[in-house]
Design a protein around this ligand. Structure first.
Ligand code: SF4
Length: 302
């Protein structure tokens, strides 16, 4: 929560969770993905530029007498890269001015936010410190992206990541287990692995589909149109994903939504992860469910 900007938890990229957070927007400019609750009950909003700059100055003041001064920053929230380049330039300059030791600024972005910007603008943003973009890819399967109303194609996502790569802007990606439901489970995982093998994220964050009340997917589950995978299938999907990945990166499967938290560098220790997952498959459905319930109870208390 950041007083004056958010009255709830904020969404920030997992690889950047220890950065200094800069409030830029409330929600996501797109807001139509079926599984997402970021815009539920409210409209997307870009905070006033002067308020954002004032916030940055206040944070710099706060750190004036502290031993630790942040050098890594994250622009909150769903896709701050949707802002006009001029506004982003002002924000990045304000961060640099107040935190001269700034190493980089990161942000969540949609593939179409990246593609909408010219190379010239992206290069300018990079030169001002924007250097770690986190893209919610979710799936490498066209049917899954389309069903979940992601609003971009597999090719869009590929082109966006390749553009970042060409310009030397590093990126991480989010992948979502269970997003194909029971029907497209296998296609979702195999095509996602194929997609990931063609790109170069410094980190892959693997999360599991969570049904947020108010998200569009709820109704489709209620009518039986979308069938959720089981906890066991979630583990099986992750094994399939890992076994089909052929990429050197950080594999981060520690998100709270996951039934088995795992992380390592792949491919070096990939087999260890698969082993852990296979061990978990030996548990009964009841045991898996109990562990899941325990985890959610802890999460609710946080
Ligand atoms: S692009 Fe991301 S933040 Fe925006 S609606 Fe889709 S999942 Fe939610």
């Amino acid at each position: 929560m950041i007083k004056g900007f958010y009255d709830r938890y904020m969404y920030s990229p997992m690889p950047e969770m220890h950065n200094e957070m800069i409030p830029v927007t409330d929600g996501c400019s797109y807001g139509k993905c079926l599984f997402c609750d970021l815009n539920v009950g409210k409209s997307f909003k870009v905070f006033n530029l002067e308020d954002i700059k004032e916030y940055i100055r206040k944070r710099a003041k706060f750190y004036e007498d502290k031993r630790f001064v942040p050098s890594k920053f994250t622009l909150l929230e769903g896709n701050a890269l949707c802002l006009k380049t001029d506004s982003l330039v002002e924000i990045l300059k304000e961060i640099r001015k107040n935190f001269p030791k700034m190493k980089y600024v990161s942000t969540f972005a949609r593939a179409d936010d990246v593609l909408r910007k010219s190379k010239k603008d992206l290069k300018l943003l990079k030169s001002l410190g924007l250097d770690r973009v986190c893209v919610g890819i979710e799936s490498g399967d066209e049917r899954v992206l389309s069903y979940q109303q992601k609003g971009v194609t597999v090719e869009d996502q590929y082109n966006a990541l390749k553009l970042l790569e060409e310009l030397g802007i590093s990126y991480s990606v989010y992948i979502m287990l269970g997003l194909g439901g029971k029907k497209y489970s296998k296609e979702h995982i195999l095509n996602t692995a194929r997609f990931l093998n063609r790109v170069n994220p410094f980190e892959i964050v693997v999360v599991n589909l969570v049904i947020f009340s108010g998200a569009g997917l709820v109704e489709r589950i209620r009518t039986g149109e979308f069938e959720r995978i089981t906890l066991r299938q979630q583990i099986e999907e992750e094994i399939m994903l890992l076994e089909n990945l052929d990429i050197r990166t950080i594999y981060n499967g520690t998100h709270k939504t996951k039934v088995v938290p795992i992380t390592t560098l792949i491919p070096d220790r990939k087999e260890d992860l698969v082993k852990i997952l296979k061990e978990n498959l030996k548990k009964t459905d009841k045991e898996l469910l109990e562990e899941e319930r325990k985890k959610w109870k802890i999460w609710d208390k946080e």
